[in-house]
Structure formats: structure tokens, C-alpha cells
Design a binder for this molecule. Structure first.
Ligand SMILES: C[S@@+](CC[C@H](N)C(=O)[O-])C[C@H]1O[C@@H](n2cnc3c(N)ncnc32)[C@H](O)[C@@H]1O
Length: 309
């Protein structure tokens, strides 16, 4: 199957990351390689990129698309939380730019067998990395009702989380909920018809996907000290598609821009913290209307960037 994904906010990424010759970059979410291709082209003839993705199919697609840069591009199937170890392993002491373009790709949604979409029927799966044991089937069929409700509330901001979780519990006590459409029908039975033009199961599916892949935990872990991966003057650009992700990025960038982390009323500074970065975007950038028109998937993108001091 052809790997289909249209990269979002490409010009904004290039303007902020400013890829250059002799420099090194980390693309933590290479997907089909659209952004990485631009970074490698712009940083020619000798800029290098380490490209990671959890998804084997993305890695295969990226290897194909980036083949002509083989001597200056290293591609690995890995979680971006492993970036520090991989950089050490390949002998890079840091990078001049980091890009994270979070979430799933269109390829995930458009590959029915991956179980991300309720538009087609497939086993409940939703794993980006299919080597991982936990999948959506397990969450739906084995997690306690309270945990299910929490997932729907926290990651889907689903107002009917409690009712949906109970309906799932009743159904699975009869027989396991095996497929995407079984689950979608069940949710629609609780919530009624379309809500604000969206399928009633949209929030449930988003919540499960985030839980299956530990998306917020991974981002949080990466943001703990990601500035340390950057050389002085290095830049980091993050595109998120969900308010919870954007909040984590905003909080981390704010922290890195502060001079001191002591409580505001503390008589003197004891935190030992010093400013690590300066923000390059005071508010998140969003795609131009023309981009959203051409690629509706871009509509919820928010881009933030910072520079290491
Ligand atoms: C929006 S797509 C990236 C598209 C890419 N920038 C392009 O231009 O083609 C997001 C990708 O990030 C990957 N991904 C999500 N979380 C990840 C993580 N924690 N570590 C590595 N890859 C991750 C997904 O598998 C998916 O391929």
C-alpha cells in the first residue's frame, strides 16, 4: 500500500528550524518523511538527520523517500523517548534542530487493518508500534470500567464518558467487543446521532488511541529535558494536534524560558535553575486557511518553537 500523508505547515517548520549545511537534526516523528525530505534538502550538501518513528510502515516509507540522502540520514524504528540513547550510540553529541510532528499519520487512518478508524471494520488495534503488547482490544475488553471512563474523560474530553464506559462493560460481559465498528455502533447507541457534524465515536476513538500509544506520557517524558539534546542556538519545533499535547509543550517551553523555578514569594533563589531557552512563538502558529482547505487534517495543528540559549 502506498504511504499516504501530506505534511503540515512545512514552510513554517523550515522558517523556524532554519536547516543549514554542516548541521545535525533530529526528526522524532519521521512518518512518510515529508518534513525530513525538506530538512535534508535545505541542509545540503552535508547536513545530517536522525529520523525516528515507532511505526514500521512509516520507517519503510521514509527509507524509500529519503533513499537519495542515505549517506546523511539515519532512520530507525524507535520511540522518540529513546533519542538520547540513539544519539549516543551513533556518536552524535547533540543536534542543531529537533522536529516533532505528533499524533498519527493519514496512513494510519487509511489502513483499515490497523484498527484506528471506525469508517471501516477491523480488529480493535490502534498500535503505532505493533511490537507492543497493549492494544485497543485489551483496553476495551479488560480494563476496569473506572479506568475506561478516565481514559475517555482525560484523553477524549468525552462528556458522556461514564455512560459509554458502562455500556462497554455491559456489552463485553455478553461477549468481547472485537471490532472498530462494533465499538462505534455501541458508542452511537449511547450518544445518539452525529454531534457537531462529527461521528459520535470520534472522541472515544481518539481517547483509546492516545491511551494505547501512551502519547501524552511519551511527550511528557521527552519534554522533561529535551533542551539538553540541543546545541546552544539549536531550535526545537513541535506540531501538536490536541489541546492536551499543546499544553504540555507550552508548559515545558515556558519552564525552559524562566530564570528561576522558586515559588514567587521565596526570599532568595535556591532552585539552581537557569534559563535554558527562548521562545520563538509567543502564541502557537496555526495553518493558513489555504492549507486547511487543501488538507483538512491540518485544521487542528498548532506549532510552537524555541531556541536553546
Ligand atoms: C503526523 S505523522 C508525521 C508525519 C511526518 N512529519 C511527515 O512529514 O511525513 C506522526 C508520526 O509520528 C509517529 N509517532 C508518534 N508518536 C511517536 C513516538 N513517541 N516516537 C516515535 N514516533 C512517533 C507516528 O507513528 C507517525 O508516523
Amino acid at each position: 500500500m502506498v504511504y499516504a500523508h501530506v505534511s503540515v505547515m512545512v514552510q513554517e517548520v523550515l522558517d523556524l528550524l532554519k536547516p543549514q549545511a554542516h548541521k545535525t537534526y533530529l526528526d522524532g516523528t519521521v512518518g512518510g518523511g515529508g518534513h525530513a525530505e525538506q530538512i535534508l534538502s535545505t541542509s545540503g550538501p552535508d547536513g545530517r538527520t536522525l529520523a525516528l518513528d515507532r511505526d514500521e510502515e512509516a520507517v519503510t516509507a521514509a527509507r524509500r523517500r529519503l533513499a537519495r540522502f542515505a549517506d546523511r540520514c539515519i532512520i530507525r524504528q524507535a520511540n522518540f523517548t529513546e533519542a538520547r540513547e540513539i544519539l549516543q550510540e551513533i556518536g552524535w553529541h547533540g543536534v542543531d534542530g529537533i522536529l516533532l510532528d505528533l499524533g498519527i499519520s493519514s496512513h494510519h487512518v487509511e489502513s483499515p487493518e490497523r484498527g484506528f478508524s471506525f469508517q471501516t471494520d477491523a480488529r480493535l488495534d490502534m498500535r503505532m508500534d505493533r511490537r507492543q503488547a497493549l492494544d485497543a482490544y485489551q483496553i476495551v475488553n479488560t480494563f476496569p470500567v473506572s479506568a475506561l471512563e478516565q481514559i475517555l474523560k482525560d484523553y477524549g474530553e468525552e462528556p458522556l464518558a461514564c455512560r459509554i464506559a458502562r455500556a462497554v462493560d455491559r456489552a463485553r460481559n455478553e461477549k468481547p467487543i472485537e471490532t472498530t465498528q462494533q465499538l462505534a455502533r455501541l458508542v452511537a447507541g449511547v450518544t445518539g446521532a452525529k454531534r457537531r457534524g462529527r461521528h459520535p465515536a470520534t472522541r472515544t476513538f481518539q481517547a483509546l488511541r492516545i491511551a494505547v500509544n501512551g502519547e501524552l506520557e511519551n511527550l511528557e517524558a521527552f519534554l522533561e529535558d529535551a533542551y539538553e539534546l540541543l546545541f546552544s542556538g539549536g531550535r526545537m519545533v513541535v506540531i501538536s494536534f490536541h489541546s492536551l499535547e499543546d499544553r504540555l509543550v507550552k508548559t515545558a517551553f515556558r519552564k525552559w524560558s524562566r530564570d528561576c523555578l522558586c515559588p514567587p514569594k521565596a526570599p532568595d533563589c535556591r532552585c539552581g535553575w537557569s534559563r535554558k531557552a527562548r521562545p520563538l512563538t509567543s502564541k502557537p502558529l496555526v495553518p493558513a486557511d489555504s492549507e486547511i482547505e487543501a488538507n483538512p487534517r491540518a485544521r487542528s495543528a498548532k506549532l510552537r518553537a524555541m531556541e536553546r540559549i
